[in-house]
Design a protein around this ligand. Structure first.
Ligand code: PLP
Length: 427
C-alpha cells in the first residue's frame, strides 16, 4: 500500500477498517498514555489469563493439590504443543511445550549432531541471537572441540544474501541452525529455500522461531523442517518466562536422543526404573517437572492467536510495519535516523529497527518522559538500535502514528539530552 499523507486521519481510518481491532479489548490495557511497542520482547497480558490463574491457584493448587496432576496438569506439555502446532504448520504430536528456548536449542542441536556423527561443521549466521551462539559454542566444547561453527556473513548487517547461505552450507555440514526472524534487524529467511539447501547438502535444519511464532505464518511440515524451537512470551503473550516449545519432525523422533535424561522424558516416569528408557515420540524431549503455573497462563494467550488467525495477523502486521516505515521516512530520516530492517515486507518480521547515534538516550526519553508527554515503550539493542515491535493482535495504527510522532519531537526538541547514558540491567 502506498501512503500519501502524514495526517493522523489515515491512522484513524485504518483502525476503523481493521477487522482484528476487537482483539485489543481482550488484553489488559489500563494506561491510555502508554504506547507499548515491545510485544516482541514481552507480550501483553490477556484478560482471560487473569481469571484463569485465579482458579488455577485457588482451586487446582489450593484445593485439589496433588490430585490436579491427573485431573488437569500431566498432559499440558503435549496439549499446548498441539495448539502451537497449528500456528507453525506442524502435526499435533510434533510439538512440546517445555523448558527455556536456550535449553531446547541445546537438546535439539546436540541430538542432531549425534545423528550426524560423521560431519563436524555447524552453520549459523553472524547476527544470530547471542544465547543461540553461546549454546552452540558450549556444545562444541562439550564434544571435545572437534566441530567448527561457521557463520554466514552479512554485507549490510541487516540482511543475508542467498548466495552467502549457499556458499557456507556444504557436504561437511551436520547442522544448519538459524533464527528465522533476526532479533535485531527483523530480517526473515525464506524457510523453504534455506531448508532445502541444508537437506541437499545432507545436513539437518533447526530453526529458532522465537520472533516468528504469533508474528508470521510458518509452515514447518511443508518445508520439511527437522527441528525447531521458540519462545512463547513474545508474540504469543504467554507471560514472563513462559515455557518455550520445541518441534521434532515425526519421522525423526525415534531416531534422535536428547542429551538431558530426566524422569519426565523416560518411558514410565512413575515406574521409577533404575535404568533410563526414553519415552516414545515427542515426550522423550521432556526433562523434569513442568512449571504448571506458567504453562496454564499460556493457554488463553495461544487461543487468542489461533482465533485471530495467522494470515490475518500477518496481513495487518505488514500494513502496520509499512506504515511505520513510511512515517519514519517522512519524519525521522531527516533527523539522522537510519532504517535497519529490510524494506521488502516478505523479508521482514513484525518489528522494525531504527538506528540513531543517540539511540540509547532517545529510547530512555521515549520510555521515561513525565506527563503530559505520552510514554512510548520500545527497546534499545546495542550499539545504536531502537526496536519498534508491532503486535498486530493489539497494536493500533494510531499508536504507531503517535509513537513515531513522539520520536520526532524527542529528537527535534533535543529532549533526549536530559537523559543519562547509564544503562539498567534490562534494556
Ligand atoms: C528471545 C529469544 C530466545 C530466548 O531464549 P530463552 O532461553 O527462552 O530466554 C532465544 N533465541 C532467540 C532467537 C530469541 O529471540
Amino acid at each position: 500500500m502506498q501512503f500519501k499523507s502524514t495526517d493522523i486521519g489515515i491512522a484513524h481510518k485504518l483502525d476503523k477498517q481493521d477487522e482484528l481491532a476487537p482483539f485489543r479489548n481482550e488484553f489488559v490495557i489500563n494506561e491510555p498514555d502508554v504506547i507499548y511497542l515491545n510485544g516482541n520482547s514481552l507480550g501483553r497480558l490477556p484478560k482471560h489469563t487473569v481469571d484463569l490463574m485465579q482458579n488455577v491457584i485457588k482451586h487446582e493448587w489450593g484445593e485439589r493439590l496433588v490430585r490436579s496432576w491427573n485431573e488437569e496438569w500431566i498432559n499440558l506439555p503435549t496439549q499446548l504443543g498441539a495448539k502451537i502446532a497449528k500456528l507453525i504448520g506442524a502435526r499435533h504430536d510434533e510439538v512440546l511445550v517445555t523448558d527455556a528456548t536456550s535449553i531446547n536449542l541445546f537438546k535439539c542441536a546436540l541430538a542432531a549432531l549425534h545423528a550426524r556423527k560423521d560431519r563436524l561443521k555447524i552453520v549459523s549466521d553472524i547476527f544470530n541471537f547471542p544465547s543461540d551462539m553461546y549454546i552452540l559454542q558450549g556444545i562444541i566444547d562439550l564434544l571435545g572441540k572437534r566441530h567448527q561453527l561457521e557463520l554466514i556473513p552479512s554485507a549490510d548487517n541487516t540482511t543475508i544474501a542467498s548466495s552467502d547461505i549457499a556458499s557456507t552450507i556444504d557436504n561437511k555440514t551436520a547442522l544448519v541452525c538459524l533464527t528465522h526472524v533476526a532479533f535485531k534487524s527483523s530480517f526473515m529467511y525464506d524457510m523453504v529455500s534455506v531448508t532445502e539447501m541444508a537437506h541437499k547438502a545432507g545436513a539437518l535444519m533447526l530453526w529458532d522461531l522465537s520472533h516468528s511464532v504469533g508474528a508470521v505464518p510458518v509452515d514447518l511440515n511443508s518445508c520439511n523442517v527437522d527441528l525447531a524451537v521458540g519462545s512463547t512470551y513474545k508474540y504469543l503473550n504467554g507471560g514472563p518466562g513462559a515455557p518455550a516449545f520445541l518441534y521434532v519432525r515425526r519421522e525423526l523422533q525415534e531416531k534422535l536422543n536428547q542429551p538431558i535424561r530426566g524422569w519426565f522424558g523416560s518411558k514410565e516416569p512413575f515406574a521409577f526404573e533404575k535404568k533410563f528408557t526414553p519415552a516414545s515420540g515427542i515426550s522423550r524431549f521432556k526433562i523434569g517437572t513442568p512449571p504448571i503455573l506458567s504453562m496454564k497462563a499460556l493457554e488463553p494467550a495461544i487461543d487468542l492467536i489461533i482465533k485471530a488467525k495467522m494470515e490475518r495477523l500477518r496481513a495487518k502486521s505488514i500494513l502496520q510495519t509499512e506504515y511505520l516505515i513510511y512515517l519514519a521516512k517522512q519524519w525521522l530520516i531527516p533527523l539522522d535516523f537510519t532504517i535497519k530492517s529490510p524494506l521488502k515486507p516478505e523479508s521482514r518480521g513484525s518489528h522494525v529497527s531504527l538506528s540513531h547515534p543517540e539511540a540509547y538516550r532517545i529510547n530512555r526519553a521515549l520510555i521515561d518522559s513525565p506527563p503530559p508527554a505520552i510514554k512510548v515503550i520500545t527497546d534499545f539493542r546495542e550499539p545504536d538500535n531502537i526496536r519498534l515491535g508491532v503486535a498486530p493482535i493489539y497494536t493500533t495504527f494510531t499508536e504507531i502514528y503517535k509513537a513515531l510522532n513522539r520520536m520526532k519531537t524527542v529528537v527535534e526538541e533535543k529532549i533526549y539530552k536530559q537523559y543519562s547514558t547509564d544503562k539498567p540491567a534490562v534494556t
